[in-house]
Design a protein around this ligand. Sequence first.
Ligand SMILES: *Cc1c(COP(=O)(O)O)cnc(C)c1O
Length: 231
Amino acid sequence: MSAIETQFQQVRDRIQAAENACGRAGAVKLLAVSKTKPASLVREAWHTGQRDFGENYVQEGIEKIQALQDLDGLCWHFIGPLQSNKTRSVAEHFDWMHSVDRLKIAQRLSEQRPEHLPPLNICIQVNISDEDTKSGISPENVQPLAAEIVALPNLKLRGLMAIPVPTDDPAEQHAAFQAMSGLLAALQERWPDQGLDTLSMGMSDDLEAAIAEGATMVRIGTALFGARNYS
Ligand SMILES: *Cc1c(COP(=O)(O)O)cnc(C)c1O
């Protein structure tokens, strides 16, 4: 087996074990975060059966999307911070956008989504750890923003995303993810027919806690592709 095959198998095994430990077999989708990694590695991952990939940088993501157009079934997720002058590229090239944290971004994505494409799937990014530095909307502002987004024609609100502050303390990990589950449940109660089915949370170091608390999509980079080199 190649390194990519081995690493994908190990992560899939971890996800499956975490699902089984809480009675959620098959409930979690693996989103492979390919930022900074070449298209050739994405292609290799595709051959192992992986279809969903996450990118943080618009230009880099589009280059890979274009280089891999011959592969069937790819689903591209934008997961990074987005400036409003770059929304058009995301609206035109991606299937999902996980990091919407203000109305202006959502409005522009809806306006710029091409007619021939299905609605852009949206997650609202929540600042669940109350950090000053991270992006994301505060928990009390989630419902008002969700109300605006469900009214936009070319977006489909799917759920919530978070990047909790990294910690080795499992209790802290669980607390943040549990709070996210509560926020999604409140949205589902208010909009029962919206198809709000997504909790995008859990990364290489905390995917077990995220899955135990209801994650439906884990975003994994390092454990799949190795450490990133930002030189
Ligand atoms: C880079 C990144 C990830 C993947 O992180 P790893 O620790 O490499 O698994 C997940 N989500 C977001 C938003 C990221 O930017």
